[in-house]
Design a protein around this ligand. Structure first.
Ligand code: 3PG
Length: 306
């Protein structure tokens, strides 16, 4: 039996060693494919594996159909929009994620980027502080909750909107629940996005929402670029010189930002939210344990293609 770790963006070496220990001590062979670049290498490597551990690697129908022995795919992380669930289900492949394992790392990056932008990208001019400012958390899942915890340390007033999360959960974290999305955007100068990329959310962060944000607005995106209506974000930034955008992923229309909005945006070159040794260890080892648990005992806790 073989499990393949296929990560175009590799885990820290310490996490790979941990994964290896978990897999090999269960009597399963571990194969490693890192920084593979070309899809053909992935197609070749999946041919004889029963288990597959990935990050944001695209696991589409072609990959799933090439993996004839495949029984389980574990996405070491939260978002599984990179995996073709319909084909996995049709092929009888269980898909799982590892919720919560990298959420602190992503939440810390929210503040890394927010402080940097609030201080004008450290260009020597006077910036602003976060203390006393209103932060709106759009979706109160594992990352949103960590963002709330850290925001309170900064002395921010924290609000959250999440139709899938009871108000009592937010209140227990000292967060003010907001039931109307428009109210979140019209109340909060800072809005941090934590929604997954689904048919419902893609391009949902649009002009109508963003135009409501108070003066000095900052949109923080550590979710997915697909949730942003990029043309309408450009429209709002054109109209409002006070509007700023920081994102843990470079948008498709990045050249427009470079041309027009110098000093008002920041993009990581690669998705960096979960790129810490701790998050790699947590998510990678959880993925290894879940893969082994499924292959040896059929445990499918965290299955997402039910
Ligand atoms: C996630 O969905 O878990 C995060 O976006 C991290 O993704 P990554 O493992 O590709 O960095």
């Amino acid at each position: 039996m073989k499990i393949l770790v296929a990560t175009d963006k590799p885990f820290a070496a310490v996490a790979v060693n941990g994964i290896k220990d978990v897999v090999e001590s269960a009597g399963i062979k571990l194969a490693l494919l890192e920084k593979y670049g070309e899809k053909s290498k992935l197609l070749d490597a999946v041919k004889d594996v029963e288990g597959l551990i990935v990050r944001s690697d695209i696991i589409d129908a072609e990959v799933l159909n090439a993996a004839k022995q495949l029984k389980v795919v574990v996405r070491a992380g939260a978002g599984y929009d990179n995996i073709d669930l319909a084909t996995a289900t049709a092929n009888g492949v269980c898909v799982m994620n590892t919720p919560g394992q990298n959420s602190n790392a992503v939440a810390e990056l929210v503040f890394g980027m927010t402080v940097m932008m609030a201080r004008n990208l450290y260009n020597g001019t006077s910036g602003t502080e976060l203390k006393g400012k209103k932060l709106g958390i759009h979706a109160f899942g594992q990352v949103g909750r960590n963002v709330a915890r850290i925001a309170k340390g900064f002395g921010m007033e924290v609000f959250a909107f999440d139709p899938y999360c009871p108000a009592s959960v937010m209140e227990a974290e000292g967060v003010k629940p907001i039931t109307d999305i428009n109210e979140l955007y019209s109340t909060c100068q800072y809005v941090s996005l934590h929604i997954p990329a689904t048919n419902e959310t893609k391009k949902s962060i649009n002009y109508a929402l963003l135009k409501q944000m108070p003066k000095g607005a900052m949109l923080i995106n550590t979710a997915r670029k697909e949730v942003i209506n990029e043309e309408e974000l450009v429209q709002i930034m054109d109209e409002r010189p006070d509007f700023r955008y920081v994102s843990d992923i470079t948008p498709d229309n990045a050249s427009v930002f470079a041309e027009k909005f110098t000093g008002r945006y920041f993009f990581t070159p690669k998705k960096m939210g979960a790129q810490t040794a701790e998050a790699n260890i947590n998510a990678g080892i959880a993925a290894a344990k879940q893969s082994v648990g499924f292959l040896k005992e059929g445990i499918d806790k965290f299955k997402v293609n039910k």
